[in-house]
Design a protein around this ligand. Structure first.
Ligand SMILES: [Zn+2]
Ligand SMILES: [Zn+2]
Length: 147
């Protein structure tokens, strides 16, 4: 075991980032990233967009999660908002958190469960082996050369 030592060599190839409702295909494009830091940044941005919807649904009178004390128990939307904030901060502040989970679990997933509506799973997968070279990835090619 490596303990807390980050072993970059343990993760090769490149990365795909996406989100979908469990059991459904992604509704938005999968993002192709050449390294884990880039993948993590993109994932944090994606989670942040869903987090904004939690803020918009806040049931507090004239309130938003941002206008209240951090971690306030205002409503279920705020609870999910702050739970997401912890995840986003973790990805942004300690970039290697994501890498640790990769080495341990072979991937990264975050399950977002809004008070009402469909849950969403956010994920990063590692594309390795024969498809590991990003230059040969169809998603990357479409991304870099939009039609
Ligand atoms: Zn790719
Ligand atoms: Zn609220």
């Amino acid at each position: 075991m490596e303990g807390n030592t980050v072993n970059f060599a343990a993760v090769t190839g490149h990365f795909h980032v996406g989100s979908n409702m469990p059991g459904y295909l992604p509704e938005t494009d999968v993002f192709c990233a050449e390294n884990l830091e880039l993948a993590g940044q993109y994932l944090a941005d994606e989670i942040e967009r869903s987090q904004e919807m939690m803020a918009e649904n806040c049931e507090g009178e004239g309130e938003t999660p941002d206008s209240q004390d951090m971690g306030s128990a205002c409503c279920a939307w705020c609870a999910e908002y702050w739970s997401m904030q912890t995840v986003i901060s973790g990805i942004r502040a300690v970039e290697h958190d994501v890498l640790h989970e990769f080495i341990r679990d072979g991937g990264y997933t975050y399950h977002h469960t809004p008070p009402t509506g469909a849950p969403v799973v956010f994920w990063i997968t590692n594309v390795a082996g024969a498809h590991g070279n990003i230059e040969t990835c169809d998603i990357y090619r479409d991304q870099e050369n939009p039609a």
